[in-house]
Design a protein around this ligand. Structure first.
Ligand code: PLP
Length: 436
Protein backbone atom coordinates (compact mmCIF):
# COMPACT_ATOMS: atom_id res chain seq x y z
CA UNK A 1 0.00 0.00 0.00
CA UNK A 2 1.34 3.46 -0.92
CA UNK A 3 1.25 5.72 2.06
CA UNK A 4 2.54 9.19 2.54
CA UNK A 5 4.08 10.15 5.83
CA UNK A 6 5.02 13.59 7.09
CA UNK A 7 8.37 13.70 5.34
CA UNK A 8 9.43 12.25 2.01
CA UNK A 9 12.27 10.21 3.55
CA UNK A 10 9.67 8.09 5.41
CA UNK A 11 8.07 5.37 3.27
CA UNK A 12 6.95 1.75 3.50
CA UNK A 13 7.72 -1.43 1.55
CA UNK A 14 5.92 -4.54 0.30
CA UNK A 15 6.63 -6.39 3.59
CA UNK A 16 4.48 -3.84 5.40
CA UNK A 17 7.56 -2.37 7.07
CA UNK A 18 8.42 1.23 7.63
CA UNK A 19 11.39 2.53 5.66
CA UNK A 20 13.63 5.48 6.46
CA UNK A 21 15.98 6.93 3.85
CA UNK A 22 14.86 3.94 1.70
CA UNK A 23 16.08 1.39 4.28
CA UNK A 24 13.84 -1.15 6.01
CA UNK A 25 13.57 -0.06 9.66
CA UNK A 26 12.94 -3.62 10.86
CA UNK A 27 16.21 -4.78 9.25
CA UNK A 28 17.98 -1.91 10.97
CA UNK A 29 16.58 -2.81 14.39
CA UNK A 30 17.64 -6.43 13.82
CA UNK A 31 21.16 -5.19 13.19
CA UNK A 32 21.48 -2.45 15.82
CA UNK A 33 18.85 -3.25 18.48
CA UNK A 34 16.42 -0.84 20.13
CA UNK A 35 15.90 1.81 21.29
CA UNK A 36 17.66 3.30 18.32
CA UNK A 37 18.09 6.75 16.86
CA UNK A 38 18.29 6.77 13.08
CA UNK A 39 19.47 9.78 11.09
CA UNK A 40 19.29 10.46 7.36
CA UNK A 41 22.48 12.18 6.21
CA UNK A 42 21.12 13.14 2.78
CA UNK A 43 18.21 14.93 4.42
CA UNK A 44 20.52 16.90 6.75
CA UNK A 45 22.62 17.98 3.75
CA UNK A 46 19.53 18.77 1.70
CA UNK A 47 18.27 21.09 4.45
CA UNK A 48 21.67 22.83 4.62
CA UNK A 49 21.48 23.35 0.84
CA UNK A 50 17.96 24.75 1.01
CA UNK A 51 18.97 27.38 3.57
CA UNK A 52 22.22 28.22 1.77
CA UNK A 53 20.54 28.52 -1.65
CA UNK A 54 17.92 30.84 -0.18
CA UNK A 55 20.38 33.25 1.44
CA UNK A 56 22.63 33.27 -1.59
CA UNK A 57 19.66 34.14 -3.76
CA UNK A 58 19.01 37.18 -1.53
CA UNK A 59 22.44 38.29 -0.42
CA UNK A 60 25.06 36.63 -2.61
CA UNK A 61 28.11 35.83 -0.47
CA UNK A 62 27.16 38.39 2.15
CA UNK A 63 25.31 35.90 4.38
CA UNK A 64 25.87 32.74 6.42
CA UNK A 65 23.86 29.91 7.84
CA UNK A 66 24.92 28.82 11.31
CA UNK A 67 23.57 25.45 12.41
CA UNK A 68 22.39 25.78 16.04
CA UNK A 69 24.17 22.65 17.17
CA UNK A 70 22.33 22.29 20.46
CA UNK A 71 19.55 20.67 18.38
CA UNK A 72 21.78 17.63 17.80
CA UNK A 73 25.40 17.71 18.91
CA UNK A 74 27.87 14.89 18.25
CA UNK A 75 31.12 14.70 16.29
CA UNK A 76 29.70 13.49 12.99
CA UNK A 77 27.21 16.34 12.78
CA UNK A 78 30.07 18.88 13.02
CA UNK A 79 31.94 16.99 10.29
CA UNK A 80 28.87 17.24 8.08
CA UNK A 81 28.52 20.96 8.85
CA UNK A 82 32.18 21.51 8.06
CA UNK A 83 31.84 19.75 4.72
CA UNK A 84 28.76 21.85 3.94
CA UNK A 85 30.63 25.08 4.70
CA UNK A 86 28.18 25.95 7.46
CA UNK A 87 28.84 28.06 10.53
CA UNK A 88 27.70 26.61 13.86
CA UNK A 89 26.26 27.99 17.08
CA UNK A 90 27.71 26.56 20.27
CA UNK A 91 26.38 27.15 23.77
CA UNK A 92 28.81 25.40 26.11
CA UNK A 93 32.34 24.10 26.52
CA UNK A 94 30.97 20.63 25.80
CA UNK A 95 29.74 21.70 22.37
CA UNK A 96 32.96 23.60 21.68
CA UNK A 97 34.96 20.51 22.67
CA UNK A 98 32.85 18.21 20.48
CA UNK A 99 33.16 20.53 17.48
CA UNK A 100 36.90 20.84 17.99
CA UNK A 101 37.33 17.06 18.33
CA UNK A 102 35.53 16.75 15.00
CA UNK A 103 37.96 19.18 13.39
CA UNK A 104 35.36 21.89 12.92
CA UNK A 105 37.01 25.32 12.35
CA UNK A 106 35.74 27.21 15.40
CA UNK A 107 36.50 30.59 13.90
CA UNK A 108 33.24 29.86 12.04
CA UNK A 109 31.27 29.57 15.24
CA UNK A 110 29.13 31.80 17.40
CA UNK A 111 29.17 31.26 21.14
CA UNK A 112 25.75 31.78 22.77
CA UNK A 113 24.37 31.29 26.29
CA UNK A 114 22.94 33.74 28.78
CA UNK A 115 25.53 32.91 31.42
CA UNK A 116 29.06 32.33 30.21
CA UNK A 117 31.30 31.58 33.15
CA UNK A 118 34.87 32.89 33.31
CA UNK A 119 36.03 29.36 32.51
CA UNK A 120 33.70 29.22 29.48
CA UNK A 121 35.14 32.51 28.22
CA UNK A 122 38.72 31.26 28.60
CA UNK A 123 37.94 27.95 26.96
CA UNK A 124 36.17 29.60 24.02
CA UNK A 125 39.17 31.93 23.51
CA UNK A 126 41.61 29.01 23.78
CA UNK A 127 39.65 27.43 20.94
CA UNK A 128 39.48 30.60 18.81
CA UNK A 129 35.70 30.81 18.76
CA UNK A 130 34.83 33.39 16.07
CA UNK A 131 32.14 35.43 17.75
CA UNK A 132 30.81 35.71 21.26
CA UNK A 133 27.13 36.56 21.28
CA UNK A 134 27.03 38.72 24.38
CA UNK A 135 23.94 38.60 26.53
CA UNK A 136 24.52 41.37 29.08
CA UNK A 137 26.99 43.97 30.37
CA UNK A 138 28.41 41.84 33.12
CA UNK A 139 29.44 39.28 30.52
CA UNK A 140 30.82 42.01 28.29
CA UNK A 141 33.19 43.11 31.06
CA UNK A 142 34.28 39.54 31.74
CA UNK A 143 35.11 39.06 28.04
CA UNK A 144 36.97 42.37 27.90
CA UNK A 145 39.03 41.41 30.94
CA UNK A 146 40.07 38.05 29.48
CA UNK A 147 40.74 39.50 26.01
CA UNK A 148 42.95 42.19 27.56
CA UNK A 149 44.91 39.59 29.48
CA UNK A 150 45.58 37.78 26.20
CA UNK A 151 46.18 40.98 24.30
CA UNK A 152 43.62 40.04 21.64
CA UNK A 153 40.58 41.72 20.11
CA UNK A 154 37.49 39.55 20.50
CA UNK A 155 34.70 39.92 17.95
CA UNK A 156 31.22 39.98 19.44
CA UNK A 157 27.56 40.35 18.56
CA UNK A 158 25.11 41.74 21.08
CA UNK A 159 21.99 39.75 21.77
CA UNK A 160 19.05 42.09 21.49
CA UNK A 161 15.52 41.37 22.68
CA UNK A 162 13.19 42.89 20.11
CA UNK A 163 10.11 42.69 22.36
CA UNK A 164 8.04 40.28 20.31
CA UNK A 165 5.76 37.54 21.47
CA UNK A 166 6.31 34.80 18.91
CA UNK A 167 3.08 33.04 20.04
CA UNK A 168 4.86 29.80 20.56
CA UNK A 169 4.99 27.69 23.72
CA UNK A 170 6.26 29.82 26.67
CA UNK A 171 9.28 27.62 27.32
CA UNK A 172 10.58 28.14 23.79
CA UNK A 173 9.70 31.86 23.40
CA UNK A 174 12.74 34.09 23.80
CA UNK A 175 11.94 37.43 22.21
CA UNK A 176 9.81 39.17 24.83
CA UNK A 177 11.08 42.11 26.89
CA UNK A 178 11.06 40.08 30.10
CA UNK A 179 12.96 37.15 28.56
CA UNK A 180 15.99 35.80 30.42
CA UNK A 181 17.93 36.28 27.17
CA UNK A 182 19.53 39.45 25.85
CA UNK A 183 19.17 43.22 26.28
CA UNK A 184 15.83 44.81 25.46
CA UNK A 185 15.40 47.70 23.05
CA UNK A 186 12.36 49.05 24.90
CA UNK A 187 14.13 49.47 28.23
CA UNK A 188 17.09 51.33 26.70
CA UNK A 189 19.43 48.52 27.73
CA UNK A 190 20.19 47.59 24.12
CA UNK A 191 21.48 51.09 23.37
CA UNK A 192 23.34 51.22 26.66
CA UNK A 193 25.18 47.95 26.06
CA UNK A 194 26.08 49.12 22.54
CA UNK A 195 27.81 52.21 23.96
CA UNK A 196 29.54 50.14 26.62
CA UNK A 197 30.74 47.61 24.03
CA UNK A 198 32.13 50.36 21.81
CA UNK A 199 34.17 51.61 24.79
CA UNK A 200 35.93 48.30 25.42
CA UNK A 201 39.45 48.32 24.06
CA UNK A 202 39.75 44.58 23.43
CA UNK A 203 36.30 44.05 21.98
CA UNK A 204 35.18 44.60 18.42
CA UNK A 205 31.43 45.03 18.13
CA UNK A 206 30.51 43.33 14.85
CA UNK A 207 26.76 43.65 15.10
CA UNK A 208 23.52 42.42 16.56
CA UNK A 209 21.71 39.18 17.14
CA UNK A 210 18.11 38.32 17.90
CA UNK A 211 16.29 35.02 18.26
CA UNK A 212 12.59 35.27 18.86
CA UNK A 213 11.69 31.68 19.69
CA UNK A 214 11.28 28.22 18.28
CA UNK A 215 8.67 26.31 16.25
CA UNK A 216 7.53 29.52 14.52
CA UNK A 217 5.28 28.99 11.51
CA UNK A 218 4.46 32.60 10.74
CA UNK A 219 6.75 34.50 8.36
CA UNK A 220 5.08 37.66 9.58
CA UNK A 221 6.65 37.25 13.05
CA UNK A 222 10.12 37.15 11.45
CA UNK A 223 9.26 40.20 9.33
CA UNK A 224 8.23 42.13 12.43
CA UNK A 225 11.48 41.17 14.15
CA UNK A 226 13.44 42.30 11.08
CA UNK A 227 11.66 45.67 11.07
CA UNK A 228 12.33 46.23 14.79
CA UNK A 229 16.00 45.25 14.42
CA UNK A 230 16.62 47.45 11.40
CA UNK A 231 14.86 50.43 12.97
CA UNK A 232 17.10 49.84 15.98
CA UNK A 233 20.21 49.68 13.79
CA UNK A 234 19.19 53.00 12.18
CA UNK A 235 18.51 54.60 15.59
CA UNK A 236 21.92 53.51 16.81
CA UNK A 237 23.54 54.88 13.68
CA UNK A 238 21.87 58.26 14.29
CA UNK A 239 22.30 58.53 18.06
CA UNK A 240 25.53 56.65 18.74
CA UNK A 241 27.16 56.84 15.32
CA UNK A 242 27.75 53.11 15.12
CA UNK A 243 26.74 51.20 11.99
CA UNK A 244 26.41 47.45 12.24
CA UNK A 245 28.29 44.98 10.02
CA UNK A 246 26.35 41.86 10.95
CA UNK A 247 22.71 41.16 11.66
CA UNK A 248 21.98 37.67 12.94
CA UNK A 249 18.25 36.89 12.78
CA UNK A 250 18.41 33.67 14.83
CA UNK A 251 16.55 30.46 14.10
CA UNK A 252 13.20 29.05 15.11
CA UNK A 253 11.74 27.90 11.80
CA UNK A 254 8.81 25.55 12.42
CA UNK A 255 8.97 21.83 11.73
CA UNK A 256 6.15 19.45 10.93
CA UNK A 257 5.58 16.91 13.69
CA UNK A 258 1.98 16.00 12.77
CA UNK A 259 0.38 15.64 9.33
CA UNK A 260 -1.89 18.54 10.36
CA UNK A 261 1.07 20.91 10.93
CA UNK A 262 1.67 23.35 8.09
CA UNK A 263 4.56 22.74 5.71
CA UNK A 264 7.03 25.60 5.83
CA UNK A 265 8.70 26.43 2.56
CA UNK A 266 12.12 27.44 3.89
CA UNK A 267 13.32 28.89 0.63
CA UNK A 268 10.40 31.29 0.17
CA UNK A 269 10.34 32.17 3.88
CA UNK A 270 14.03 33.12 3.90
CA UNK A 271 13.71 35.00 0.64
CA UNK A 272 10.75 36.94 1.93
CA UNK A 273 12.61 37.90 5.14
CA UNK A 274 15.71 38.70 3.07
CA UNK A 275 13.92 40.94 0.59
CA UNK A 276 12.23 42.77 3.48
CA UNK A 277 15.59 43.33 5.17
CA UNK A 278 17.07 44.77 1.96
CA UNK A 279 14.14 47.11 1.46
CA UNK A 280 14.10 48.26 5.10
CA UNK A 281 17.83 49.02 5.04
CA UNK A 282 17.30 51.21 1.97
CA UNK A 283 14.34 52.97 3.55
CA UNK A 284 16.10 53.85 6.80
CA UNK A 285 19.43 54.57 5.12
CA UNK A 286 21.77 51.98 6.62
CA UNK A 287 24.14 49.75 4.69
CA UNK A 288 23.01 46.16 4.23
CA UNK A 289 24.75 44.14 6.96
CA UNK A 290 26.03 40.57 6.54
CA UNK A 291 23.02 38.42 7.37
CA UNK A 292 23.13 35.27 9.46
CA UNK A 293 20.34 32.78 10.17
CA UNK A 294 20.70 30.10 12.82
CA UNK A 295 18.36 27.18 12.19
CA UNK A 296 18.70 24.18 14.48
CA UNK A 297 15.51 22.17 14.55
CA UNK A 298 14.69 22.70 10.88
CA UNK A 299 18.08 21.30 9.81
CA UNK A 300 17.89 18.00 11.68
CA UNK A 301 14.36 17.29 13.00
CA UNK A 302 12.90 15.31 10.12
CA UNK A 303 16.29 13.75 9.42
CA UNK A 304 15.77 11.74 12.62
CA UNK A 305 13.59 8.91 13.86
CA UNK A 306 13.57 6.86 17.09
CA UNK A 307 12.71 3.17 17.02
CA UNK A 308 11.50 1.17 20.01
CA UNK A 309 10.40 -2.37 20.83
CA UNK A 310 7.02 -2.78 22.49
CA UNK A 311 6.95 -4.42 25.93
CA UNK A 312 3.89 -4.46 28.16
CA UNK A 313 0.55 -3.59 26.58
CA UNK A 314 -1.99 -2.68 29.23
CA UNK A 315 -5.66 -2.07 28.53
CA UNK A 316 -7.69 -0.24 31.15
CA UNK A 317 -11.22 -0.68 29.79
CA UNK A 318 -13.13 2.57 29.18
CA UNK A 319 -10.03 4.60 30.08
CA UNK A 320 -6.85 4.16 28.17
CA UNK A 321 -4.53 1.69 26.47
CA UNK A 322 -0.90 1.83 27.46
CA UNK A 323 1.76 0.62 25.08
CA UNK A 324 5.13 0.56 26.86
CA UNK A 325 8.35 0.85 24.91
CA UNK A 326 11.98 0.16 25.80
CA UNK A 327 12.89 3.88 25.85
CA UNK A 328 11.00 6.95 27.02
CA UNK A 329 11.73 10.32 28.57
CA UNK A 330 15.41 9.40 28.77
CA UNK A 331 15.70 9.52 24.96
CA UNK A 332 12.80 11.90 24.26
CA UNK A 333 11.87 14.27 27.07
CA UNK A 334 9.93 16.66 24.87
CA UNK A 335 6.38 15.52 25.63
CA UNK A 336 7.12 15.48 29.37
CA UNK A 337 8.71 18.92 29.09
CA UNK A 338 6.56 20.80 26.57
CA UNK A 339 3.70 18.47 25.57
CA UNK A 340 5.31 18.28 22.14
CA UNK A 341 3.48 16.44 19.40
CA UNK A 342 4.88 13.49 17.49
CA UNK A 343 3.66 11.06 14.88
CA UNK A 344 4.18 7.42 15.86
CA UNK A 345 3.66 4.34 13.74
CA UNK A 346 3.83 0.59 14.26
CA UNK A 347 6.81 -0.02 12.03
CA UNK A 348 6.31 -3.75 11.47
CA UNK A 349 2.52 -3.43 10.83
CA UNK A 350 2.45 -0.38 8.65
CA UNK A 351 -0.42 -1.65 6.47
CA UNK A 352 -2.70 -2.63 9.35
CA UNK A 353 -5.68 -0.43 10.10
CA UNK A 354 -5.32 1.68 13.20
CA UNK A 355 -8.50 1.01 15.15
CA UNK A 356 -7.49 1.79 18.72
CA UNK A 357 -5.79 4.67 20.44
CA UNK A 358 -2.99 4.28 22.94
CA UNK A 359 -0.64 6.21 25.15
CA UNK A 360 2.92 5.35 24.27
CA UNK A 361 4.83 5.32 27.54
CA UNK A 362 8.43 4.77 28.53
CA UNK A 363 10.09 2.57 31.12
CA UNK A 364 11.00 5.21 33.68
CA UNK A 365 9.51 5.39 37.16
CA UNK A 366 7.51 8.55 36.41
CA UNK A 367 3.85 8.84 35.41
CA UNK A 368 4.91 11.72 33.20
CA UNK A 369 7.20 9.44 31.20
CA UNK A 370 5.01 9.63 28.11
CA UNK A 371 6.14 9.85 24.49
CA UNK A 372 2.67 10.70 23.20
CA UNK A 373 -1.01 10.22 24.02
CA UNK A 374 -3.93 9.26 21.77
CA UNK A 375 -1.79 7.57 19.16
CA UNK A 376 -3.72 5.54 16.56
CA UNK A 377 -2.51 1.92 16.68
CA UNK A 378 -3.64 -1.41 15.25
CA UNK A 379 -5.55 -3.37 17.91
CA UNK A 380 -3.11 -6.26 17.36
CA UNK A 381 -0.24 -4.24 18.87
CA UNK A 382 1.66 -6.53 21.22
CA UNK A 383 4.96 -7.32 22.90
CA UNK A 384 7.77 -7.51 20.35
CA UNK A 385 6.25 -5.07 17.86
CA UNK A 386 8.35 -2.15 16.66
CA UNK A 387 7.21 1.42 17.12
CA UNK A 388 8.81 4.37 15.38
CA UNK A 389 8.54 7.93 16.57
CA UNK A 390 9.09 10.23 13.59
CA UNK A 391 10.83 13.60 13.43
CA UNK A 392 13.08 13.12 16.46
CA UNK A 393 16.32 14.47 14.97
CA UNK A 394 16.20 17.69 16.99
CA UNK A 395 16.34 18.06 20.78
CA UNK A 396 16.01 14.32 21.47
CA UNK A 397 19.53 12.90 21.64
CA UNK A 398 20.82 16.28 22.76
CA UNK A 399 18.41 16.29 25.72
CA UNK A 400 18.83 12.60 26.54
CA UNK A 401 19.62 11.57 30.11
CA UNK A 402 20.57 8.52 32.15
CA UNK A 403 17.59 8.82 34.48
CA UNK A 404 16.97 5.47 36.18
CA UNK A 405 20.51 4.63 34.99
CA UNK A 406 19.20 3.80 31.55
CA UNK A 407 21.94 3.77 28.89
CA UNK A 408 21.38 6.13 25.97
CA UNK A 409 20.64 4.69 22.51
CA UNK A 410 23.15 4.80 19.68
CA UNK A 411 22.79 7.02 16.62
CA UNK A 412 22.98 5.21 13.31
CA UNK A 413 23.52 7.39 10.25
CA UNK A 414 21.91 6.28 6.99
CA UNK A 415 23.25 7.22 3.60
CA UNK A 416 22.98 5.76 0.12
CA UNK A 417 21.61 2.40 1.28
CA UNK A 418 24.35 2.02 3.91
CA UNK A 419 24.25 2.48 7.66
CA UNK A 420 26.96 3.33 10.17
CA UNK A 421 27.15 3.94 13.91
CA UNK A 422 28.10 7.56 14.60
CA UNK A 423 27.38 7.44 18.34
CA UNK A 424 27.69 4.00 19.89
CA UNK A 425 25.19 2.56 22.35
CA UNK A 426 25.98 3.35 25.97
CA UNK A 427 26.82 0.23 27.96
CA UNK A 428 26.15 -0.66 31.55
CA UNK A 429 29.82 -0.11 32.32
CA UNK A 430 29.56 3.42 30.82
CA UNK A 431 26.83 4.03 33.35
CA UNK A 432 29.33 3.57 36.21
CA UNK A 433 32.19 5.38 34.45
CA UNK A 434 32.18 8.36 36.80
CA UNK A 435 31.46 6.48 40.00
CA UNK A 436 34.34 6.03 42.45
C1 PLP B 1 18.02 27.39 20.00
C2 PLP B 1 18.55 28.54 19.26
C3 PLP B 1 18.51 28.54 17.86
C4 PLP B 1 17.85 27.44 17.06
O1 PLP B 1 16.49 27.37 17.25
P1 PLP B 1 15.64 26.30 16.40
O2 PLP B 1 14.26 26.48 16.88
O3 PLP B 1 16.20 24.96 16.73
O4 PLP B 1 15.82 26.65 14.97
C5 PLP B 1 19.08 29.62 17.20
N1 PLP B 1 19.65 30.64 17.89
C6 PLP B 1 19.70 30.66 19.23
C7 PLP B 1 20.34 31.79 19.92
C8 PLP B 1 19.14 29.62 19.97
O5 PLP B 1 19.18 29.66 21.29
Amino acid sequence: MERTFICENVTSNESGHLCFASQDVINLTAKYGTPLYLMDEERIRQRCHTFKDAIHTCFGDNAYIAYASKAASFKEIYRIMKSEGMYVDVVSCGEIYTASQAGFPLRNSLFHSNNKTDDDIKYAMDNDVGYFVVDNEEELFAIQKEAKKRNITQKILLRITPGIDSHTFAAVATGKVDSKFGSAIKTGQAEQITKTALNQKNIKLSGYHCHIGSQIFSTEVFLRAAKIMIDFIADIKNTVGYETNILDMGGGFGVRYLPTDPVIDIKSTIISIGETIKELCKTVGVKLPTIIFEPGRSIVADAGMTVYTVGTVKRIPEFVNYVSVDGGMTDNVRYAMYKSNYTLVTANKIDETCNIKASIVGRCCESGDIIQENVPMPSTVCRGDTIACLTTGAYNYSMASNYNRIPRPPIVMLKGGKSRIVVRRETLSDICNLDE
